[in-house]
Write a protein that binds this ligand. Sequence first.
Ligand code: AMP
Length: 213
Amino acid sequence: MRIIIFGAPGAGKGTQAKILSEKLSIPHISTGDILREAVKSQSPLGKQAQEIMNRGELVSDNIMIEIIKDTLNQDKCKTGFILDGFPRTLPQAVELDKLFAELKIDKVFSVVIDVNEDEIVKRITSRTACKACKAIFNDAEVKGLAKCPKCGAENSFYKRDDDKEEVVRKRLKVFRETTQPVLDFYKSKGRAVFVNGLSSIDKISEEILGLLK
Ligand code: AMP
């Protein structure tokens, strides 16, 4: 099973991608997570990406396309994957189609999680992530907790730098201007289905799993 999950920042695509990855036993490929790992290890890529990400801007297409080529060619992706965060620009979408053709991948399910911008700002600015397992929580869910309820790691909560309100607004602007055309491209080819991102987490994953059948 090969899936691409789309949605504005904060629409819940990371959360849904994790659930689907577990339920369907396919790897979750999040370009945001790959970049955050690179930043953490201060690799050359990480050093380059750090400031761009902190400003809420996009890392260059060339870099991202190389990352995705390298990842989709790995054995773990041979039988399926869920792509989260890629493609985010039209050139990325075009290159991804070429890569699918090279890898002889013809069936890819694309799902868009739809949420309005005000809801997104509210959600992102009140979220906390776990450094260890990367789970995302609402601040209220983990208030006062010392351990991550998902993986048990201690003192692992943090706020992503790019979750600050001014950066969120910038990321939404980038989404509107750069990624929306990608969705229109998929839509025009009848390749994307939409789900309502305001439903509960469980309902959304049920709906996506239902659509996959
Ligand atoms: P995400 O966790 O998917 O919201 O990604 C966090 C940040 O990583 C984005 O705001 C971008 O700066 C960068 N990023 C992730 N995926 C891509 C991509 N496909 N193209 C360019 N930049 C990306």
